[in-house]
Every structure is written in structure tokens, then in C-alpha cells.
Design a protein around this ligand. Structure first.
Ligand SMILES: Nc1nc2c(c(=O)[nH]1)N[C@H]1C(S)=C(S)[C@@H](COP(=O)(O)OP(=O)(O)OC[C@H]3O[C@@H](n4cnc5c(N)ncnc54)[C@H](O)[C@@H]3O)O[C@H]1N2
Ligand code: MOO
Length: 401
């Protein structure tokens, strides 16, 4: 049989991102900050105030006007706690001040208490030279009213939500959750909780992708395991009308028991891409009754790698996220790679003593490799490596949310 050229990972990603951009999930909704973790901001967040709203002290100590200080001790004319509105500073005096308290009008310097001496008569001696504006957090130093602090398309996590709270927001406008119909195919599959019959295995892809999709803010329509029966498969697909994406695993390679593929083709179009990626060569991309379809390879490690590198960026881009690719970094290989491959390899690896160490069994059927790993080591096509050569490392923590 003729072997056609493989599609590069870049080309596949580019095609998927173009498809995603043509079909954004455009509807917005308002959600409370406490419910917004993992969601995508639909409109830029504009600061309604200066932050900090007024100059405040970065230290516990004393606020003074430098021009009043000639080296001698100063009387303390007021005490300012965080949350209080101070009086203007009396000239020739200093103010006791605490971290976060507003700097009184007229003061232009704060000294930390460790550098001062409190005399018996209550006056304060400053032991060191002072600089103008030292230890003062200036009004608007973080952001100014009207500044765009988070761009539309930002993914919201603890830091972004904390920032929104610091600006007084109670709700944010986010893209609505994508509805993803999740299908598993394969007559050998059984859901956990049932006994295994001859030739059967437990369905791991459904659980893996269900939890992953939820982390990505999706509503999962769980269509379960599709039977290898055209009538039942048609009926099950008929229930997926409201989905934004049909995500399936298995049944896409060259085997004959590909009921799902045949039925999807009846009312849609389906392309089988052969990717220069290992694991994860066969990827199905198309539409069924207008609904986008992505079919991942059935081998569990192949599902994981193709979801991480292709389906995840596709879904995020449909939500308007621009930065869809994981951050990566180079690490020395803690292994030798002597056989150059035609497909780019994504090996499950751990970091140990500053090197990437491979899980010993890299078979695409072995999900334990991913459960064990910290990340994926990328080995380019047609490459050999000696121990210590730098390889690109993709932390799983970058892609699993
Ligand atoms: N003659 C060829 N055979 C295969 C080729 C090829 O090019 N020519 N490609 C191989 C590659 S690469 C992969 S990857 C698989 C992809 O196959 P499918 O996506 O069609 O998946 P299945 O055949 O249904 O299953 C493959 C494997 O994974 C297990 N599996 C499937 N679904 C699940 C699930 N939900 N949970 C756990 N395990 C699952 C299944 O039992 C099989 O062992 O094809 C190669 N063959
Ligand atoms: O590349 Mo397949 O995806 O071997 O598992």
C-alpha cells in the first residue's frame, strides 16, 4: 500500500487554528468572580480607578517631609493606621505610619522603624540618610484609571481574578462555556464499574478527556461509548445537536470497524489527517450536521498528546485566546536517542537532576507513562541525540488546564 506524505505538526495546528477562528464561540455572559476561574475574558478589563488610589506607605515607620529634617529628632504629630484618612502633616513633625496607610499630605518620605530611635521624650531620631519618596507606593503606580489591565481573550486564574477584585469588580464578562460532546468508540471498551469480558478493556480516554475539558471551562455532553451499530450510533449522534464540538477517540485509523466515521461522513465531511507526530498519527477533522468534529487516535497516550498539542489550542482559540501554546524550555537529555524518526516524538519524561529522564515504556497504549511524567520531551524529525544534548521540554502542567 502506498504511503502518503505526513502532515507536519505545524501545518495541522495552523489549519486547526484557522478553523477555530472562523467559528468563534462568540456569546458572552456575566459571571461572579468566584465562578470565573478557568474562563476566558470576553472584553478587556478597564481599570475604573488608580491603583493604589493614593500614595501609601510600603513600611511600618515614620512619614516626614525631607525639607523639615536637618538631622535632629522630630516630634510625632499623628499616628496613621491602614484604613484611616490622615490629617495633613504638621510642618516640622513626623507621623507614625503603618504599611498600607495613606501618606499624609505634605510628607514626601517614609523611613522604616528599624532605622530610627524612639527617644524617651517621644521624639524620633532618624539614623540614616533619607531619599525623597523612599518607601512610598505612589498613586497609580500599578495601574491608572482607564488602563486596559487584562486583554480580551485572557484566561482567568487566581492572579487575574485577584487583580479584578483589587479593582473592585464583582463580575466579569466571559465567553460562554463551549459545549463539547465526548464520544468513545471501540467494541472492546467497558466503563469502570462493570466486569471485563473477554477481549475487553476499561475506557480510560473518556475519563481523561472529561476532566481535562472541565478544566478548560467546557460543558461536557457525555455521549459515552458508541456501539458498533449504525442505528444506535445515528441515534446517539442525533442527540448532540447543541454541541459546539464533537470530540471522539478511537476508530479513525485504517481498521474496518469504523462505524462512527461512516456515519459522520453520511451527513458531513471528514478528513483523516496523517500527522508527523508520535504518538498520535491519525487525526480526524471535519463536520457533522454543521458541528465541528475532531477525532483523536484511540491509544491513550496518543489521545493525550494530540489533545494537548492540537485540540486544546483549537478549543482555546475558539474562545478567543491568542496564547494557546504551552511555555517550553530546553533541558539536557538524560538519555541517548540513536534512531532518527520520520515523525516528531513526544516522549513522556520526568525532570531529575536537571535532565529529562524517559519513562521506559513509550508505547502509545501505556497511559502510565503520562501519569508518571512531568512533561513531554520533543524530539524533532530525523534527529539523533547524545546524552546532555538540549531537548525541548513541555511541562504537563502547562497543558493540563
Ligand atoms: N495498519 C495500520 N494500523 C494502525 C495504524 C496505521 O497507520 N496502519 N496506525 C496506528 C496508530 S499510530 C494508532 S494511534 C492507532 C489509532 O487507532 P484508532 O484511533 O483507530 O483507535 P482504535 O483502533 O480504536 O484504538 C487504538 C488502541 O487504543 C485503545 N483504545 C481506544 N479507545 C480507547 C479508550 N477510550 N480507552 C482506552 N483505550 C482505548 C484500543 O483498544 C486500541 O488498543 O492505530 C494504529 N494502527
Ligand atoms: O502514533 Mo500512534 O498515535 O502510535 O499511537
Amino acid at each position: 500500500m502506498k504511503k502518503s506524505a505526513l502532515m507536519s505538526v505545524e501545518e495541522a495546528l495552523e489549519c486547526l487554528l484557522q478553523l477555530a477562528e472562523r467559528e468563534p464561540i462568540g456569546e458572552f455572559e456575566r459571571v461572579a468572580l468566584d465562578d470565573a476561574d478557568g474562563r476566558v475574558l470576553a472584553e478587556s478589563l478597564i481599570s475604573p480607578l488608580d491603583l493604589p488610589p493614593w500614595p501609601n506607605s510600603a513600611m511600618d515607620g515614620y512619614a516626614l517631609r525631607l525639607a523639615d529634617w536637618t538631622g535632629g529628632p522630630l516630634t510625632v504629630s499623628q499616628t496613621i493606621f491602614a484604613g484611616q484618612a490622615p490629617e495633613p502633616l504638621q510642618s516640622g513633625t513626623c507621623a507614625r505610619i503603618f504599611t498600607g496607610a495613606p501618606v499624609p499630605e505634605g510628607a514626601d518620605c517614609v523611613e522604616l522603624q528599624e532605622n530610627t530611635e524612639l527617644l524617651e521624650d517621644g521624639r524620633v531620631r532618624f539614623a540614616q540618610a533619607l531619599r525623597p519618596r523612599q518607601h512610598i507606593r505612589e498613586q497609580g503606580q500599578e495601574t491608572r484609571r482607564g488602563d486596559a489591565v487584562l486583554a480580551a481573550g485572557s484566561r482567568l486564574g487566581p492572579a487575574q481574578l485577584g487583580l479584578a477584585a483589587s479593582l473592585g469588580a464583582t463580575e466579569l464578562t466571559v465567553r460562554r462555556r463551549p459545549r463539547v460532546a465526548l464520544l468513545s468508540t471501540g467494541d472492546e471498551l467497558v466503563e469502570p464499574g462493570r466486569p471485563l469480558g473477554p477481549g475487553q478493556i476499561y475506557n480510560s480516554n473518556r475519563t481523561l478527556l472529561h476532566s481535562w475539558l472541565k478544566r478548560l471551562g467546557c460543558n461536557v455532553l457525555d455521549a459515552g461509548i458508541l456501539p458498533d451499530d449504525p442505528q444506535l450510533t445515528r441515534a446517539r449522534l442525533g442527540e448532540l445537536g447543541g454541541a459546539d464540538l464533537i470530540l471522539s477517540t478511537g476508530g479513525v485509523s485504517v481498521g474496518e470497524a469504523d462505524c462512527l466515521g461512516q456515519i459522520l461522513r453520511e451527513e458531513g465531511e471528514l478528513a483523516l489527517w496523517k500527522l508527523a507526530i508520535k504518538p498520535g498519527k491519525p487525526l480526524t477533522v471535519g463536520r457533522y450536521r454543521g458541528i465541528p468534529v475532531v477525532g483523536l487516535p484511540g491509544n491513550p497516550a496518543s489521545s493525550l498528546v494530540t489533545f494537548a498539542l492540537l485540540a486544546r489550542p483549537y478549543l482555546l482559540r475558539r474562545l478567543g485566546v491568542q496564547a494557546v501554546m504551552p511555555l517550553t524550555f530546553p533541558v539536557p537529555a538524560g538519555f541517548v536517542w540513536s534512531k532518527p524518526g520520520k515523525r516528531r516524538e513526544y516522549l513522556r519524561a520526568r525532570l531529575g537532576e536537571g535532565r529529562a529522564v524517559l519513562y521506559p515504556n513509550q508505547s502509545p497504549g501505556v497511559l502510565l507513562s503520562a501519569a508518571w511524567a512531568d512533561g513531554l520531551v520533543e524530539i524533532p524529525e530525523n534527529t539523533t541525540l547524545a546524552e546532555g544534548d538540549l531537548v525541548c521540554f513541555i511541562p504537563l502542567s502547562e497543558v493540563l488546564g
